[in-house]
Design a protein around this ligand. Structure first.
Ligand code: FES
Length: 511
């Protein structure tokens, strides 16, 4: 792709680290997802890489000198929603958020600001007569996120951050100058799961390949003048060092992405460092940190994990679980493994005692006195601190601390268990209902050999639109969002989850 000139003055468009960008003109500044906290996110598990803490005051100065100040916060994850930073901004700042079905994020924001604008999917909003924005919202069950398209007189910036709208990317009709999207992973699977190193490596590499393929596909559709990789990877200075290296896990770094993009003939990547603007024209990726780098990164950080009490009150957590059960009492849940909270910090499948364990029967909405490990289960093993957090924090924030080990039998993803585990009491019922409701529209698709199949249009995982999904040489349809593979020869089943898109060979249908 040919480099083309984009007319941007220094300061009109700047990168501040992770997913934070600013777009400015003489009177207005829009700041996207500011995250500067020196205690990181998720109880000090995740940290900005490279460090950007020193730029916080610079950004505050930048916004304070403008008449119109807007901050867009894409979603509730703490690496995008930095309460500490937001508490420092002047009261005239307008906070823009997507309008999600679940009101928890909005309620957290309005607690500290009465200047909040909620925007709908595809709603255009003008910040002044030069800068306008448009949101693309993904809002399904436990997952909500939004991409933002920013249009100025000089350039168009499309910031997709972590938002998995890869199935909808063709709906973006603008000519894009700058495109930014997350390219590394951000999940506890497989790093926290009880897999052999070989299995972890295999799953991680599949996930990384799938993410890279999504990025490349988006680049081919959007044809931006420049791609700016952002929104990760974070590093994890207080966790096992290997996580921060991005090797054999999903938290891959820019050099790996650079090789991939160059192998695929995409050259116009800007590897911006925190504080840099477009004019830096930087083509060198941010390097993978060494052990030494991680050690010196730690200097001056605040570690919130160490402030958490070592003991928790089991009764309080059981109350919380029962509260969740009461909210989903009338939801019919089938084939869900028993969830076990093991606060003894040790897993031993031969240990059939009930000591330090809470057995949660999600299907029947009750706590069990005992469990013999003969049926299916998923066990979350960690220290009491972790379960103390579960009594006091949003559960999604707790699992994102990456401070638990997960054991499951069999090794199959279960949607219901995830909804139960990652919802809050306030939204658990809606999360089940919105995940259960899937439009039953059927579509016809063709593989490379020209064979026709009729399938469900929407992915049973998180409802990605499968209209434009790729079909590989093994006749698996690949979901464009998380890369699940639905076997078209075998009724459209995905073997990782046993969920299906009900494929029927058209020939069979016609006979
Ligand atoms: S939406 Fe996640 S695999 Fe399809």
């Amino acid at each position: 792709m040919r480099k083309e000139f984009v007319e941007v003055q220094r300061g009109d468009f700047q990168f501040w680290g992770h997913n934070c960008f600013s777009v400015s003109n003489e009177f207005t500044t829009l700041l996207i997802d500011p995250w500067f906290s020196n205690s990181g996110a998720f109880c000090s598990s995740w940290f900005q890489y490279p460090k950007n803490h020193h730029l916080k005051n610079c950004v505050l100065d930048l916004i304070c000198e403008k008449k119109n100040i807007f901050i867009f916060v894409s979603h509730e994850h703490q690496d995008h929603f930095d309460k500490e930073f937001l508490s420092c901004v002047p009261p005239n700042v307008k906070i823009i958020i997507p309008k999600y079905f679940d009101k928890d994020f909005r309620n957290q924001i309005i607690k500290d600001s009465n200047n909040v604008v909620e925007l709908e999917n595809n709603e255009k909003y003008s910040l002044d007569n030069e800068i306008s924005i448009l949101l693309f919202i993904k809002d399904i069950g436990i997952n909500h996120d939004a991409a933002i398209l920013v249009k100025t007189n000089n350039f168009v910036f499309f910031n997709q951050n972590d938002c998995k709208i890869f199935d909808q990317i063709y709906k973006v009709k603008e000519t894009i100058d700058f495109y930014s999207v997350q390219f590394s992973g951000a999940n506890w699977h497989p790093s926290n799961f009880n897999f052999s190193d070989k299995k972890k490596k295999k799953i991680s590499s599949e996930k990384v390949n799938s993410k890279f393929a999504n990025v490349l596909n988006a680049l081919n559709i959007l044809k931006p003048k420049y791609f700016i990789p952002a929104a990760g990877p974070a590093i994890f200075p207080f966790l096992e060092k290997e996580l921060s290296l991005g090797q054999n896990n999903i938290f891959v770094h820019q050099p790996e992405l650079k090789n991939f993009l160059e192998d695929n003939q995409f050259k116009n990547t800007l590897f911006l460092k925190p504080g840099e603007s477009f004019n830096s024209n930087n083509s060198e990726p941010i390097k993978v940190p060494s052990f030494e780098d991680i050690k010196s990164y730690k200097i001056g950080l605040k570690n919130k994990w160490s402030d958490i009490p070592d003991k928790f009150d089991r009764f309080v957590l059981e109350e919380e679980i029962n509260e969740r059960f009461s909210k989903i009492d009338d939801i019919n849940i089938k084939n869900c493994p028993v969830l076990i909270f093991n606060y003894g910090n040790v897993f031993n499948k031969d240990d059939r005692t009930t000591q330090n364990k809470i057995f949660i029967d999600i299907e029947n909405k009750k706590l069990l006195e005992t469990f013999d490990y003969a049926s299916n289960y998923q066990e979350i093993v960690s220290k009491e601190k972790y379960f103390y957090l579960m009594c006091n924090e949003r559960w999604q924030n707790v699992y994102l601390t990456l401070r638990a080990k997960v054991f499951r039998k069999p090794d199959i993803f279960n949607n219901d268990l995830n909804i139960f585990l990652f919802s809050d009491s306030s939204n658990i019922k809606d999360n089940f209902l919105s995940t259960y409701y899937i439009d039953q529209e059927r579509i016809d698709i063709k593989n490379k050999k020209g064979e026709c199949f009729r399938i469900n249009r929407y992915c049973p995982h998180q409802k990605a639109d499968l209209c434009n999904a790729e079909i590989n040489e093994d006749n698996h349809l690949i979901c464009p969002v998380h890369g699940w593979k639905f076997d078209l020869n075998n009724g459209g089943i995905d073997k990782r989850s046993n969920l299906t898109i009900n494929s029927r060979n058209k020939k069979c249908l016609e006979n």
